[in-house]
Design a protein around this ligand. Structure first.
Ligand code: SF4
Ligand code: SF4
Length: 177
């Protein structure tokens, strides 16, 4: 009982900190740089983003054993994430979320879910190359898509090739050429 209260309090503080960092970062980004993409699509509730949450880690922290241990412990105790692996190229830790029910594909602690869960997939429109999970029905469209689409149309490529190019370059809102 007491453990549950302590955990919820820590989660609230962690969420406040996450939101503060996020707003500050985006405010700073907004001064010199607006997002390159707009977020389109809707959630189909496939649950893929909950199946193996991935946490990017600052490169030196990825290698420092004590910090790694702290990050992994934090996510276990506070967020209920079990460490299952890492992606060395992307410097991310990969977890299995104990709050996710693979049957119903629902989160059993949705109201107190971590900031990173609340921010997905909006965070991707700030990446240079947004990569969505394969099952995700959200997608990013380049803010300059109209101009880019017109330029691509001028190339007079075969329809299929044009469609694929537009998809890869995030220039189509509908995925159609
Ligand atoms: S805490 Fe909830 S929203 Fe976040 S990964 Fe787990 S199941 Fe998904
Ligand atoms: S992967 Fe995308 S579509 Fe699937 S649940 Fe997550 S946000 Fe929704």
């Amino acid at each position: 009982m007491r453990d549950g209260v302590v955990r919820r309090t820590i989660k609230r503080i962690a969420l406040l900190r996450y939101n503060f960092d996020l707003r500050a970062t985006r405010a700073i980004q907004g001064l010199g740089e607006t997002p390159l993409y707009k977020l389109c699509g809707t959630c189909n509730q496939c649950g893929a983003c909950c199946e193996t949450p991935m946490v990017p880690v600052f490169t030196p922290f990825f290698y420092l054993k004590s910090i790694r241990w702290l990050i992994i412990k934090w996510h276990r105790l506070v967020n209920g994430f079990d460490f299952i692996g890492e992606n060395r190229r992307e410097k991310t830790f990969i977890f299995k979320c104990t709050h996710w029910d693979p049957e119903t594909k629902l989160c059993d602690s949705y109201d107190s879910r971590p900031g990173m869960c609340r921010d997905y997939p909006r965070n991707l429109i700030y990446s240079v190359r947004p990569e969505f999970l394969e099952q995700c029905s959200y997608y990013a469209v380049d803010c300059n898509s109209e101009r880019m689409a017109a330029a691509l149309d001028d190339l007079e490529l075969p329809q299929e090739e044009l469609k694929e190019l537009k998809r890869k370059l995030h220039v189509s809102e509908t995925g159609d050429a």
